[in-house]
Design a protein around this ligand. Structure first.
Ligand SMILES: N[C@@H](CCC(=O)N[C@@H](CS)C(=O)NCC(=O)O)C(=O)O
Length: 226
C-alpha cells in the first residue's frame, strides 16, 4: 500500500491526500513534521531531499514535491479523473493550479511564521505580500468564475489547489491586512463554502484540527515557538 509521509496541518501534505481521498485509494499516513536535520528524523532526507512535506512512498521508491506526486497518482489511478479530457483543458487546470500556488500561496506563506508565532511581520515584507496578493486578486477572475467548480464541470486538481491554498491567504489577510482579500473575487466565497461541504474536504479539515496540538508541540520543541 502507498504511504504518505507528512502531517495533516500542512496544506502541501493535504494536496496529494485530498487527491487520494477523492479517488478513494487506500493509503497509509506516516507522521513526519518539518525541521528535519541532525536532531529530528535525518533519515527523512532520503525520502524528500530538502526535508519537505509531503513525500509519497511507492513500491518503486519515494517521490517528493506535491505536483510530481499528483502526477504519479493521476497516472497510476486514473479513475475518477482529476484532470479534464482535452490537452487544452488539462493545461488550463494546471495553469490555474500553478497560479494559485505561485501567486497566492507562496506569497502569503512568507507570513506563516508570524501567524504561528503570534508576531508582527516586517513592514517591508508585509508591503510586498499585500501588493502581490492584490495583483493576484485582480487577475484571478480571468482564470475562473468559480461557478460549479474552479474550472469546467468536474472536480479537478484546480479545486484541490483552491481548497487547500486559498485559506492561508484569507488567514494572512485577516491577521495582517485587516481584511479578507479573497472576498473581493466574484463567486469565490460561495464556491469555498460549497467545497467545504465535500466529505473528503471535511475529513482533511478534521484531520488538520486533530494534528494541530502535535504540530504546535513540535514547533515549540524544535524552535521555541510559543
Ligand atoms: N514545493 C513543495 C513545497 C512543500 C512545502 O513547502 N512543505 C512545507 C510544509 S507545508 C515544508 O515542508 N516546509 C519545511 C521546509 O521548507 O523546510 C511541494 O509542493 O511539495
Amino acid at each position: 500500500m502507498i504511504k504518505l509521509h507528512g502531517f495533516a496541518s500542512s496544506n502541501y501534505y493535504n494536496v496529494p491526500k485530498l487527491a487520494l481521498l477523492e479517488k478513494n485509494i487506500e493509503f497509509e499516513e506516516v507522521l513526519s513534521y518539518t525541521g528535519v536535520g541532525p536532531k529530528y528524523k535525518p533519515e527523512y532526507l532520503d525520502k524528500s531531499p530538502l526535508g519537505k512535506v509531503p513525500a509519497l512512498e511507492t513500491d518503486e521508491g519515494f517521490i517528493s514535491e506535491s505536483r510530481a506526486i499528483l502526477e504519479y497518482i493521476e497516472r497510476t489511478y486514473p479513475e475518477p479523473a482529476l484532470l479534464p479530457a482535452t490537452p487544452y483543458d488539462i493545461a488550463k487546470v494546471q495553469e490555474l493550479s500553478q497560479f494559485i500556488e505561485l501567486y497566492f500561496e507562496l506569497v502569503a506563506r512568507q507570513l506563516i511564521p508570524n501567524l504561528l508565532g503570534g508576531t508582527q511581520p516586517d513592514p517591508a515584507v508585509l508591503k510586498n505580500v499585500e501588493s502581490g496578493i492584490n495583483k493576484a486578486v485582480a487577475a484571478l477572475p480571468k482564470l475562473s468564475g468559480f461557478e460549479q467548480f474552479a474550472y469546467g464541470d468536474q472536480f479537478t486538481l484546480a479545486d484541490i489547489a483552491a481548497i487547500l491554498n486559498l485559506p492561508i491567504v484569507r488567514h494572512v489577510g485577516k491577521a495582517f491586512l485587516g481584511r479578507d482579500p479573497l472576498s473581493e473575487v466574484p463567486g469565490l466565497d460561495a464556491y469555498s463554502k460549497r467545497m467545504e461541504e465535500r466529505p473528503q474536504v471535511k475529513r482533511i479539515r478534521a484531520d488538520a484540527a486533530a494534528d494541530r496540538p502535535g504540530f504546535m508541540a513540535h514547533l515549540k520543541a524544535m524552535y521555541g515557538v510559543k
